[in-house]
Structure formats: structure tokens, C-alpha cells
Design a protein around this ligand. Structure first.
Ligand code: FES
Length: 145
């Protein structure tokens, strides 16, 4: 299984690792099959994601995709973050092996879960905006892990 240089770089030197103690939104997603867990913290000001940190207990691809995902949404609007797909994260990393696609899904879902939490905290129903948060076991079925 070959990883791109960008994947290896974000795995070895992940950006934005850690926690935000006074986060405005926190999202945690996991995949029951591999047991990997991703937690995302967002600081939001005036609709802009001013800071983002993550903690991932998971495989190298999960760490690399969460790192890249944080880079892609930092300083961006909530709308931008909501549009971030796992495909865009993979493209930014110059691709992932097919059996690792589900790891990027976890990154997309962790951001959506954190935004859901943000809306819930400010008294807005997140479902019409963010949608349901999936834990994407189906993607794992496809790769047979
Ligand atoms: Fe499950 Fe990568 S997130 S193996």
C-alpha cells in the first residue's frame, strides 16, 4: 500500500493537534469496525472558524486526513467547512489507497459533528443545516476491514 508524500508528511507532522478548552463546538466520531476515534474542536467567531484542533486515536491515514481537514477549514466560514467532502480532503493529500477511503470519511464527519454541536449549543436545530452524522460503517464493509 503506497501513501503519497503529503499523507506521510501529515501523519509524521500532524497540524493542529490538541484540544481547545473553551471550544464552541466539539465533535467526536468513531468507526465501530476498526475502533478508530476522531475528536474535533472548533472555535467560531462571527461564522468564521478561527481555530481548530483535533485528537485522533486511529490509523495513520485517519491522522493525516484529520490534519489536512483542519488545515482546509481553518480561517474559513462555516459554510465552507460544511461543504468540505472527504473527497476534497483526499485530493488535497494527493490520494489515499482504496482501503483507506473510510478514514477520510471520518474526518468529514468529525467536522460536521463539531458544527452540529456548535448549532445545538446556540439553540439551533443542526439537522437541517448539517444533516445526520453518520458513523460510516458502510465504507468499512467496502474495504473489508
Ligand atoms: Fe479505520 Fe483508518 S479510520 S482504519
Amino acid at each position: 500500500m503506497a501513501y503519497s508524500e503529503k499523507v506521510m508528511d501529515h501523519f509524521a507532522n500532524p497540524r493542529n493537534v490538541g484540544e481547545i478548552p473553551d471550544a464552541d463546538g466539539i465533535g467526536e466520531v468513531g468507526n465501530s469496525k476498526c475502533g478508530d476515534i476522531m475528536k474535533m474542536y472548533l472555535k467560531i467567531n462571527d461564522g468564521i472558524i478561527t481555530d481548530v484542533k483535533f485528537k485522533t486515536f486511529g490509523c495513520g491515514a485517519a491522522i493525516a486526513t484529520s490534519s489536512m481537514a483542519t488545515e482546509l477549514i481553518k480561517g474559513k466560514s462555516i459554510d465552507n467547512a460544511l461543504k468540505l467532502t472527504n473527497k476534497a480532503v483526499m485530493e488535497a493529500l494527493d490520494g489515499l489507497p482504496p482501503v483507506k477511503v473510510h478514514c477520510s470519511v471520518l474526518a468529514e464527519q468529525a467536522i460536521k459533528a463539531a458544527l452540529s454541536d456548535y448549532y445545538t449549543r446556540i439553540g439551533i436545530d443542526p439537522v437541517p443545516i448539517v444533516g445526520e452524522i453518520k458513523h460510516d460503517d458502510d465504507a468499512h464493509e467496502a474495504c473489508g476491514i
